[in-house]
Write a protein that binds this ligand. Structure first.
Ligand code: DGY
Length: 325
């Protein structure tokens, strides 16, 4: 057996920073999609077929079919905290390990949640388009895009995990009243630290000035935020989604924005991304971002490093730091 044969075979399904790839190549026989080509499920299946491990992103769906076609597969390491791209029962059935990258992206993602919230409420992109279109003819008190306040308003956070809590801490600095809804209630200590009050979903929807969605995507919360929920919101309220596209019924959202049933929306994640519905693109009262909540160089680097660590730890026969149950 050659030295190369003894190294584990790892697929890196998307481009990663070259220095991190070079480090991985010292200990593994790596096939990497450094050209960041868009692979079909069949391409991915073929690339994974002879691998011991794969490092993937939320864009790669790892299902029973792919797992069945990869007889040597021991671990799949996601470069993401969300793992709705993993068919977890299929992993369990074949005893393939699955890992994600929590914690390292919490603060960066919370920063972006707040950025999008502020841009949405203050009509930032719409104002910029207005300026670029030459509509800024004079200083005007009223004839300018007028917005909604953030400070001292009520923020409703749906999904109070690590990122939701980090957003709540930021909101306190703006004097906001923070309400949250979550599957399970936080401890009284954590509620106090986050300055957050637990409310039911209906109260959150009806009483919030701004709502931010941060919960994980599961089949149960598919289109959890639809016409009924939008109708409960104040006409002056905004909604921001940094969770997963499938949580929001995008056609219902587009209709509510068009009919001014709510004030505005900020969306970083889409159901069919990277395709964005024309109904959303046609609107002014929406801020759109290309799934960038964790996208700072430092954080993306930390996510890749953690994904590699999870992968190599699992391949070494130990429990990876972020093993998913
Ligand atoms: C995550 O980590 O889940 C982000 O959405 C990036 O995919």
């Amino acid at each position: 057996m050659t030295q190369k044969d003894q190294k584990p075979k790892i697929l890196v399904a998307r481009e990663i920073f070259p220095d991190l790839l070079a480090q991985l190549e010292q200990v593994a026989d790596v096939q990497s999609n450094q050209d960041d080509l868009i692979w079909s499920a069949e391409d991915l299946k073929a690339a994974m077929a002879d691998k011991d491990a794969a490092i993937v992103t939320g864009g790669e769906r790892i299902d029973a079919d792919i797992i069945a076609a990869s007889p040597n597969l021991k671990i799949v390491s996601n470069i993401a905290v969300g793992y709705n791209n993993f068919d977890m029962p299929a992993f369990k059935a074949r005893q393939v390990m699955a890992t994600n990258t929590p914690d390292v992206l919490t603060e960066t993602t919370a920063d972006f949640g707040f950025t999008l919230l502020m841009a949405t409420a203050r009509r930032l992109t719409e104002s910029e388009h207005w300026l670029r279109a030459g509509q800024w003819k004079k200083f005007s008190i009223c004839d300018t895009p007028l917005a909604m306040d953030i400070h001292h308003s009520t923020l409703g956070i749906m999904g109070m995990g690590r990122i939701g809590q980090a957003i709540a801490r930021r909101a306190l600095g703006f004097g906001m009243k923070v309400r949250y809804y979550n599957r399970s209630r936080l401890s009284p200590e954590l509620e106090k630290e986050c300055g957050a009050t637990y409310v039911d979903r209906e109260t959150l929807l009806k009483e919030s000035d701004h709502i931010i969605l941060v919960m994980p995507y599961t089949p149960e919360n598919h289109h959890l935020f639809g016409e009924k929920e939008l109708n409960m919101m104040k006409p002056t309220a905004t909604v921001v989604n940094i969770a997963r596209g499938g949580i929001v019924d995008e056609l219902a959202l587009a209709k509510a924005l068009k009919e001014k049933k709510i004030f505005a929306a900020g969306i970083d994640v889409f159901e069919g991304e990277p395709t964005v519905r024309p109904e959303l693109l046609a609107l002014d009262n929406i801020v759109l971002a290309p799934h960038i909540a964790s996208a700072t160089e430092k954080t993306r680097r930390a996510m890749i490093e953690l994904a590699i660590k999870n992968c190599l730890t699992g391949l070494a026969g130990k429990t990876p730091p972020n093993l998913l149950s």
